[in-house]
Design a protein around this ligand. Structure first.
Ligand code: NAI
Ligand code: MG
Length: 352
């Protein structure tokens, strides 16, 4: 008997539950005639964690997540909890560090059906298919000392050898499974941590002779993402630069409401989430774009469970709705979340 996969579901806030419901409904349709068995375990987290358990990351949720095969998260946070001492977003930083999720992986892919939704001209964006590997638990966002005083402030960029080495291996291994090309992003003409980053990239790269390496300073990279996005495969970047570049890259696809991400730890489960936030401005109206969550669930199926065929059904249903313009207002359509979801489910059922 195949084992039942345990998926912890952190349903999120504002549009979070709306798109989680949609993503899970499409998953159910796609697994109908499959042997893949899964169990969904609901746990409080974020604003929902504060409301239900008095904490954005209750200890019980950490314990459940550590035992799980994967963690599926929707977007969290929003004005309801903005003035609380512990905000929902703190739960996010804590779960990353508790599960030691040191690599954040964000794909940027523009399929032929999406090409006319990109703000870039088709000839620039054609064939764009790259992945940003962002270091997530060190660098400028965690370095000490960090201080804000009246007349001065300080942040610190810190990286040690182990932190840089493991993210490099992650990126090179991913490139071996893709198009065997790694781009190292840094600011090594100025920053010591970037010189260190590039030196380790070179050393680690020797273990992957089949992977080609090139290098970009981060400022040049912001331009290259706009002018020649189709030339990249795997982009490895420190935390701060990756935060910025991955938002820039998301825009190439036309709507932030489509893009999934995964965060990888050392031994524990991966965490999967759409890249956008909880969109309080459209919550409760039934118009949130469910594509990001459907793509997020598909990514989980591929990466954590090696269920490529089920994921392919889900991705085909996304292509179908985009092609036929059965989409929500953020993509220029007039459909509701539920209508789009039903279209995807109908497509999957019809093609079985
Ligand atoms: P946001 O990503 O929630 O929204 C930005 C814009 O994109 C809004 O106009 C929103 O309506 C639109 N949008 C986002 N996802 C969409 C979807 N699936 N369908 C249709 N439109 C969509 O970013 P914002 O407004 O800066 O943040 C809102 C809240 O979310 C804040 O409390 C923030 O802290 C939190 N947040 C949480 C994240 C997470 O859970 N990982 C990440 C980013 C923000
Ligand atoms: Mg960001």
């Amino acid at each position: 008997m195949t084992s039942v996969k345990k998926i912890v579901v952190l349903k999120g806030d504002y549009i979070g539950p709306e798109i989680m419901t949609a993503g899970l409904a499409v998953l159910e349709a796609a697994t109908r005639n499959e042997t893949f068995a899964y169990e969904l375990i609901d746990a409080p987290f974020g604003g929902d964690g504060i409301d239900r358990a008095g904490d954005p990351l209750p200890q019980s949720t950490i314990n459940i997540a550590k035992q799980a095969d994967a963690v599926l998260l929707s977007a969290i946070g929003g004005p309801k909890w903005d003035n609380m001492s512990r905000r929902p977003e703190q739960g996010l930083l804590e779960i990353r560090s508790q599960l030691n999720l040191f690599a954040n992986i964000r794909p940027t892919k523009v399929t032929s059906v999406q090409i006319d939704r990109s703000p870039l001209k088709p000839e620039y964006v054609k064939n764009t298919d790259f992945v940003i590997v962002r270091e997530l638990t060190s660098g400028a966002y965690f370095g000490k000392p960090r201080k804000l005083e009246e007349h001065q402030a300080i942040d610190t960029i810190y990286y040690n050898e182990q932190e840089v080495t493991r993210i490099m291996h992650q990126g090179f291994k991913l490139a071996q499974k893709r198009h065997k090309h790694v781009t190292i992003v840094d600011k090594s003409n100025v920053l010591a941590t970037s010189k260190f980053w590039r030196k380790i990239a070179n050393e680690v790269g020797k273990n992957y002779p089949d992977v080609a390496i090139d290098y970009y300073y981060v400022d040049a990279m912001t331009m290259a993402i706009m002018s020649k996005p189709a030339t990249f495969d795997v982009v490895i970047t420190p935390n701060l630069f990756g935060d910025i570049l991955s938002d820039e890259a998301a825009q190439i696809t036309g709507s932030i409401g489509q893009i999934p991400s995964m965060s990888i730890g050392e031994n524990g489960p991966n965490l999967y989430e759409p890249i956008h936030g909880s969109a309080p401005d459209i919550a409760g109206q039934g118009i949130a774009n469910p594509i990001s969550m459907v793509n997020t669930v598909a990514m989980m199926l591929i990466e954590s469970f090696d269920e490529k065929r089920i994921a392919a059904k889900m991705i085909a249903s996304v292509d179908y709705i985009i092609k036929n313009h059965y989409v929500t207002p953020d993509m220029g359509g007039v459909m509701t979340t539920d209508e789009v979801t039903q279209k995807m489910i109908a497509y999957i059922k019809k093609h079985e």
